[in-house]
Design a protein around this ligand. Structure first.
Ligand code: ADP
Length: 256
């Protein structure tokens, strides 16, 4: 565990020996097998791995959306494992932001209302300077009064990014954020996410299967069969793709 001189943890999120078992008996699936991972503040981490390797489960457990079978999750200074329903609701409201593949905007609200909704629910007022910075960063100034149906997919995902950023959460979890976008709109969204890390110290953990998307991150964590099997720092699309191929070959040889 990395701790600063003040005792304040440098990890925005941490998993310590996390296991997740679904079902029991014949139907039992071990989705996570003793995951140890630290996600440092102000870093952009991508989680990759084949379908079924445990990426979504890990993200859901880290974000307090699913409970773990064993082990400990912390977000900032909060131990997530062991929180009751009220504590989890507060955690998700105050410390965590989400960007989903499907945007998850409310269709009857304008872009601005969607962006401010989590703060409104929490009874918090937006910091006007920060709100302006976020809107300019994601390039939505002239779209604030549009409803989602009047926006392109890329613009809708920018609204979702702004909604996550405006609350300045401890961590933003992004689940295949470019999965529904063409490559141009996807590159825009990934650029905003990376800039929010570089310029504003936001911490982001993103699940993706796309080597180009992963190359926007500072670090890539590779999962296979519920375990972390490899890590890359300063990834490029080529180094990510090479690693995916090597891991895939190793898995094929292990089965043969
Ligand atoms: P990934 O996101 O890498 O595709 P998941 O985390 O969705 O992987 O799934 C990991 C494993 O856990 C898979 O074998 C999947 O079938 C299983 N799993 C996920 N969610 C559930 C669930 N709610 N009930 C039973 N098994 C599940």
């Amino acid at each position: 565990m990395t701790t600063t001189a003040t005792g304040h943890s440098r990890a925005a999120a941490r998993a310590a020996d996390v296991w997740k078992v679904y079902g029991s008996g014949e139907a039992q699936v071990i989705a996570l097998r003793g995951i140890d991972a630290e996600f440092r503040r102000g870093r952009f981490t991508a989680i990759m791995g084949p379908s079924g390797s445990g990426k979504s489960t890990l993200m859901h457990c880290l974000a307090g959306l699913d409970n773990v079978t064993r082990g400990t999750i912390t977000i900032g200074d909060t131990t997530v494992t062991g929180l009751g329903d009220a504590g989890l609701t507060r955690l998700r409201r105050d410390k965590v932001g989400f960007v989903f593949q499907q945007f998850n905007l409310l269709p009857t609200l304008t872009a601005e209302e969607n962006i401010l909704l989590p703060l409104a629910i929490a009874g918090r007022k937006p910091d006007p300077t920060w709100f302006d910075t976020v809107i300019d960063t994601v390039g939505l100034r002239d779209r604030l009064h549009h409803r989602p149906a009047q926006l392109s997919g890329g613009q809708q995902q920018r609204v979702a990014c702004a909604r996550a950023l405006v609350a300045r959460p401890e961590v933003i979890f992004a689940d295949e954020p470019t999965g529904n976008l063409d490559s141009h709109a996807g590159a825009d969204v990934l650029g905003f996410l990376r800039n929010s890390v570089r310029d504003h110290g936001q911490t982001i953990v993103m699940v993706t299967h796309d080597p180009v998307a992963a190359s926007y991150a500072d670090r890539v964590v590779f999962l296979a069969d519920g375990q972390i099997v490899h890590e890359l720092t300063a990834p490029t699309p080529d180094t990510v793709l090479d690693t995916m191929k090597k891991l895939d070959n190793a898995a094929t040889e292990a089965v043969a």
